[in-house]
Design a protein around this ligand. Structure first.
Ligand code: VG1
Ligand code: CO
Length: 543
């Protein structure tokens, strides 16, 4: 086997963000760009020789080519085996499941998640560790440091591997096993949920639409909903993965999943609607004429978990990212379990799950998951909802109403200002940070500031500290405004403003969310001087 050592020079900015390295495809197509990063990952790991790596992606443009490069580099660097999804396809939760099931050393996922795909759009790569979860900051920092120094990488000089036929092939001394992309994941779902009970729903005419948004969840969803659970063909829409995701933006939210939203607000709307994102780790839940915010979804799932076989003994704790609403905390309190508040990004949940401190985790950005794997999991959340709907025999709306009656309601919205000039965005945050020092006790409109800071997190398990995770203004009575800059964008900066208010009183429940939050929204843009500092007077996306 001929191993080639290729001389290379570092690129600027191969810094993994909230979820791996994400850049425009044109960047990734520069000679050695991907290889530099992959070698930097391998160089940052120890004792992987002879071990197993899992590789797969969401099917976007460049997925197949990237898989070939990774296979050849893994062989040259001494991995013993690579498990690769057929056709190079694996959802993010499936990779997590497979790493854990086969006790692999780690995995590489090719995805830029919800970012659009195609030659002019985005590509990405992320490394997951042996617990199946995203690499923690210590590892991503080491990778980044390595990308700044890299001078060569190793690759075998062999023809491309057939990744479309199931089975084992040799690549130099390494074994490549092409595995079924959906089988292991579906087996895990069958262990957690009462598939017979859910099938009965469909037998009795329950109608659902799942929008795979032309991304990775199509094959998984068709197999689960239409084949195993017996939902009629056509239940899964946009189910064929395309390299450009059909030109769409596979972000399951009210703005981007508009086809599904329209289907759910018709007069003959379906009973249940759901969507997932590019790499299958997110979910959006809709009932007939009702949208469930991701923060509420986490709370409802936690409150009803005991109705589902995989969680019949209850949950040990809940964790949510800091900008996620406090709805889940109220449930945790009621269940007498602990709730944790972490920075944005799934990597912060890993230690808590490994230490058995939490069962459920969630983010306001349509990510929900549990300790069954170490990633957020879109289809898992949909199945959990279906199982709860079947067990309770109620509609989504009935479940939400009774939840709010018991716990009160956290009104919640996120306003994103996309592709803002990066320098302006950084200045805006600096200005806020400076202001936040003396805001405590101030009265703003009908609100009084209780606390204002730049969120810092100390991991309760390993003590590691993550600073500058978002500026929070907490008001008396539970309202909050949070500001942070996205770590997943590829054009300029994205400013995210998260707005939340809490109403204990059920009588006020029918007020529209944006209306209910109107005063806080205007306070939020005023304090940050968004218009003046960015030239933007309206958010690009409201969810
Ligand atoms: C966004 C979300 C965050 C999520 C991350 C990765 O990050 O806000 O909650 O964990 O995407 O999700 P940011 O830094 O742009 O706000 V995914 O589906 O790309 O793994
Ligand atoms: Co995703």
């Amino acid at each position: 086997m001929a191993i080639k050592i290729i001389k290379t020079t570092p690129f600027k900015g191969q810094k993994p963000g909230t979820s791996g390295l994400r850049k425009k495809v044109v960047e990734f197509e520069k000679p050695h760009y991907l290889a530099n990063f992959v070698q930097s990952v391998f160089d940052s790991l120890e004792k992987y020789k002879g071990k197993t790596l899992v590789v797969g992606g969401d099917g976007r443009y460049l997925n197949r080519e990237a898989v070939q490069i990774i296979l050849k580099m893994a062989a040259a660097n001494g991995f013993g085996k690579v498990l690769v999804g057929q056709g190079g396809l694996l959802s993010t939760p499936a990779v997590s499941c497979i790493i854990r099931k086969y006790k692999a050393f780690g995995g590489l996922i090719l995805s830029a998640s919800h970012n659009p795909a195609g030659p002019k759009e985005d590509f990405g790569i992320k490394y997951n560790t042996s617990n199946g979860g995203p690499a923690p900051e210590s590892v991503t920092e080491a990778i980044y440091a390595r990308t700044k120094k890299i001078s060569e990488y190793k690759i075998v000089d062999e023809p491309d591997v057939d990744i479309d036929t199931l089975g084992e092939i040799k690549l130099g001394k390494m074994t490549v096993e092409v595995i079924d992309s959906v089988k292991d994941y579906i087996q895990l779902m069958e262990e957690l949920f009462d598939f017979d009970l859910i099938s009965k729903l469909f037998e009795n005419g329950f109608s659902m639409r799942f929008d795979a948004m032309h991304a990775i969840t199509g094959p998984y969803a068709k197999e689960i909903f239409e084949k195993i659970l017996g939902a009629p063909v056509g239940t899964v829409i946009n189910g064929k993965p395309k390299t450009d995701f059909g030109g769409g933006h596979p972000d399951p939210n009210l703005a981007h999943a508009h086809e599904l939203v329209n289907l759910m607000t018709d007069s003959d709307a379906h009973s249940f609607g759901a969507a997932s994102d590019g790499d299958g780790d997110r979910n959006m839940i809709l009932g007939k004429n009702i949208f469930v915010t991701p923060s509420d979804s986490l709370a409802v799932l936690a409150a009803n978990a005991h109705l589902v076989p995989g969680y019949k003994h209850g949950i040990v704790g809940v964790a949510r990212s800091m900008p996620t609403s406090g709805a889940a905390d109220l449930v945790a309190k009621d269940l007498l379990v602990k709730s944790y508040e972490t920075p944005t990004g799934w990597k912060f949940f890993g230690n808590l799950m490994d230490a058995d401190k939490v069962t459920f985790c969630g983010e306001e950005s349509f990510g929900t998951g549990s300790s069954h794997i170490r990633e957020k999991d879109g289809l898992w959340a949909v199945l959990l909802w279906l199982n709860i709907l079947a067990a309770r025999g109620e509609s989504v709306e009935q479940i939400m109403q009774s939840h709010w009656e018991k716990y009160g309601r956290n009104y919640y919205s996120r306003h994103d200002y996309e592709a803002v000039n990066s320098e302006m965005a950084v200045k805006l945050m600096d200005n806020l940070r400076a202001k936040s020092a003396d805001m405590k006790g101030k009265k703003i409109g009908s609100y009084e500031v209780e606390l204002c800071d730049d969120f810092s997190y100390t991991d309760p398990i390993d003590g590691s500290i993550s600073n500058n995770q978002g500026i929070r203004i907490l008001f008396k009575g539970g309202a909050r405004i949070i500001y942070r800059l996205s770590g997943t964008g590829t054009e300029g900066a994205t400013l995210r403003i998260y707005i939340e208010s809490y109403e204990k009183n059920h009588e006020k429940l029918n007020i529209d969310t944006q209306n209910n939050l109107a005063e806080l929204i205007s306070i939020a843009v005023q304090i940050a001087e968004v218009g003046m500092r960015t030239g933007r007077y309206r958010p690009s996306v409201i969810t």
